[in-house]
Design a protein around this ligand. Structure first.
Ligand code: NAP
Length: 302
């Protein structure tokens, strides 16, 4: 069994930044991620609010942060935690590949994209349904596509799809967008059509997606619309199972509760990034990762 000062769970912006700080404090530290480094931000078409970059793709920015982190800390990708146990002084982690013992953990497990939960959805993920316009957008150039949602992600995807020549429309369940004002202004400027007060009732096709049944929530009228692609951006749910497994407190939405030092209610267990809810912005996730790592260092040197 390998022993560590701190193990960071998740290699998104919070986890990578925590790794940079932990590594530079000379802690024996490791990052473990069930997928590839970068997290959900890899899917962001354009980032214009991270200090130092006027405009950069999520993939490029997280690749840069990942490379910087690798100078200081090992990152284990595609390693899934299957069990976590907390004793008085040690935390043990069992993954699908190894066992680890650590004095502390920083949970940066982020969120998972929410599904619509309508008939047909599971049949067409990757066969017309996508969560990532930057990964899949080009497949739909010149074709009809809907983006579902009214938040920052939905608008960002719609703008990117329009930009690369996809015939995109936005479908939102209310008559007002949730996205930040600058994105709302941009979608209006780009003249992307918005289908208001409308939800998806069913997704249909053969091997690939071919159409959706849309329902207007005011009139209840249903209409079948032929499309080639459907980009879902209907929010996220926190990946907090790892935390609750060792008694970490979460709020009513499932986000981990921390104090201003990113400490949870369990000693030597910290959390950072989107898993803590609140303002889900990249710069905040990075900041929380740094705060958590600095506090781990302070605690361990006592
Ligand atoms: P979000 O802000 O939670 O928005 C989700 C959208 O999906 C909402 O408009 C919601 O409608 C809609 N929705 C939820 N369930 C639905 C359903 N079953 N059917 C149809 N529509 C449904 O999620 P997000 O846009 O993915 O953003 C997640 C977080 O990351 C947010 O905190 C956001 O600020 C942040 N983020 C920031 C940026 C940026 O700064 N540029 C970019 C991306 C994400 P209602 O509005 O009616 O609730």
């Amino acid at each position: 069994m390998e022993d560590y000062d701190v193990i960071i769970i998740g290699a998104g912006p919070a986890g990578l930044t925590a790794g940079i700080y932990a590594g530079r404090e000379d802690l024996k530290a490791l990052i473990i991620d069930k997928g590839i480094k970068g997290g959900n931000v890899n899917m962001a078409p354009v980032i214009g609010n991270f200090p130092g970059y006027k405009s950069i793709t999520g993939l490029e920015l997280l690749n840069n942060i990942g490379k910087q982190a690798e100078k200081y800390i090992n990152i284990q990708e595609y390693e899934k935690i299957v069990e976590i146990q907390k004793n008085t002084n040690k935390i043990t982690l069992t993954t699908n590949k190894n066992n680890y013992r650590t004095k502390s953990v920083i949970i940066c497990s982020g969120t998972t994209y929410r599904k619509l939960g309508v008939p047909g959805e599971d049949n067409y993920i990757g066969k017309g349904i996508s969560y990532c316009s930057i990964c899949d957008g080009m497949l739909f150039k010149g074709r009809e596509v809907l983006v579902i949602g009214g938040g920052n992600s939905a608008i960002s995807h719609a703008l990117h799809l329009k930009d690369i020549g996809v015939n995109v429309k936005l479908v939102h369940r209310r008559d007002e967008l949730r996205a930040q004002k600058y994105l709302q202004d941009k979608i209006e400027e780009e003249k992307i059509p918005i289908i208001w007060n409308t939800v998806v009732k069913e997704i249909k096709g053969d091997i690939f997606l071919k159409s959706v049944i849309l329902q207007n929530r005011e009139t209840n009228i249903e209409e079948e619309m032929e499309i080639s692609g459907l980009f879902l951006a209907v929010g996220e749910k926190p990946n907090s199972d790892i935390a609750t497994g060792i008694g970490v407190n979460i709020d009513e939405m499932g986000y981990i509760i921390t104090d201003k030092n990113q400490k949870t209610n369990i000693k030597n267990v910290y959390a950072a990034g989107d898993i803590t809810g609140g303002v889900k912005q990249l710069v905040v996730a990075c900041g929380e990762g740094a705060v958590a790592a600095v506090n781990v260092y302070e605690e361990l040197k006592k």
